[in-house]
Design a protein around this ligand. Sequence first.
Ligand code: FAD
Length: 415
Amino acid sequence: MVQRFNPAVLTVGIIGGSIVGCTLAAELARLGCRVRLFERSGEALKDRGAGIGVPESVMATFATQGLIDASLPHFPAPAFLRIWKTPAAPRFGRLAWTQPAKLAALNWGALYRNLRARVPPGVYQIRQQVVALTESVPGEVLLDFADGHQEAFDLVICADGYASLGRQTLFPEVQLNYAGYVLWRGSLPEAALDESPPLEVGIRAVGYPGGHGIFYFVPGADDSVRPGDRLVNWGVYVQIPAAELPAFMTDREGRRHEASLPPGMMPPATERALKDRLAQHFPDYYTRILETSEQTYAYAIFDCQVPAYRRGRICLAGDAGAYARPHTGAGALKGIADAVALGKALAEAGDLEEALGRWDAERTAANNELVRFGNQLGEAFVTRIPDWSTMDAAAMEAWFSAAVTIPSEYLLARA
Ligand SMILES: Cc1cc2nc3c(=O)[nH]c(=O)nc-3n(C[C@H](O)[C@H](O)[C@H](O)COP(=O)(O)OP(=O)(O)OC[C@H]3O[C@@H](n4cnc5c(N)ncnc54)[C@H](O)[C@@H]3O)c2cc1C
């Protein structure tokens, strides 16, 4: 009989208590590891209030594995309806292509709460910022905290997001690449819409010279999926040259942000300029959604690949590893998959080195490929988007197949 390694002997430190940190904590505690999770922010539960699109099949698998509730409120999104404003279709735009997809639209906060609820009591430590991590003795990782204390672990996993301290520590040569555009986001209660039917079923993707915007329903307050209670979630990709990014990322109080302008902090002049720029290109129905949304916010879009997911006893997971552009619709579930795969490798391997080695090779290859997929999508749908106004479904499919060559189960089923 094959002798299996017993993960229960491990002490594990997790940096970051968002989607991926919580999944890691739940999975590794399930194996019997002695887990501690450190989250720098103060709130035990937080809500970004944003909608996300995730692959339906992966969500179903995670529900089967008991990671999320099967009843997690969401809407199936079986297609992207690709639209362009034309003189003949000023209000809703002309439908160029109904591109099949297998996505589910849900609230980021509902997914987070589901995962957070699976972290065993006593594991999640709030207001604990890690400021340094070192493996000075092989097999022992020391974490230094902002309050001056230090803790030692057999294994540390960095789930500390796109600007990861862990990634900077392991691979200081890896830089985040600015994609040349931002995602301007907002939401609107369904009750504020002129009419709901134009947004029923699927994700509306409105193309324009310079990028595109997506619009779809997500569950509303208290996770309600009832018509009338839903929330319109939207995001528009807008090109902002790198030289102009610092000014764009300066908030209404004059503070400069690296990568995102929080809700309500965009200067009125910046927001007005975005609305005016897009009103020229967006069908009236969608222009009105942008006009009437309040507390809008923006993210600069970055990406990076990584040479590996571990060095010694320090691992990366989620956005802390390879960082994909949001077009992939895969950020959240890619990170959850990192955590599930690590649990599986630890449960099945003969020893820790074998488990980490196998997991590293698998996640590095899969996630770097996802970054390349996101970059192809970004070029196709933002920086080199063609004029869809006269393209029919066959032309759209031919263009997409030539522009996006990396196959993916994550996002887009080919027509
Ligand atoms: C604009 C945009 C749109 C997106 N759309 C989608 C989508 O449609 N579908 C999808 O699947 N994904 C989407 N994503 C991606 C998704 O939100 C992320 O992939 C996911 O939240 C990553 O989770 P994470 O746990 O790796 O990192 P994060 O959610 O970034 O969390 C990192 C955590 O670590 C903590 N932390 C950081 N440093 C330290 C430290 N030194 N010490 C202690 N704690 C620390 C932070 O406070 C934070 O809580 C989108 C992302 C963006 C930016």
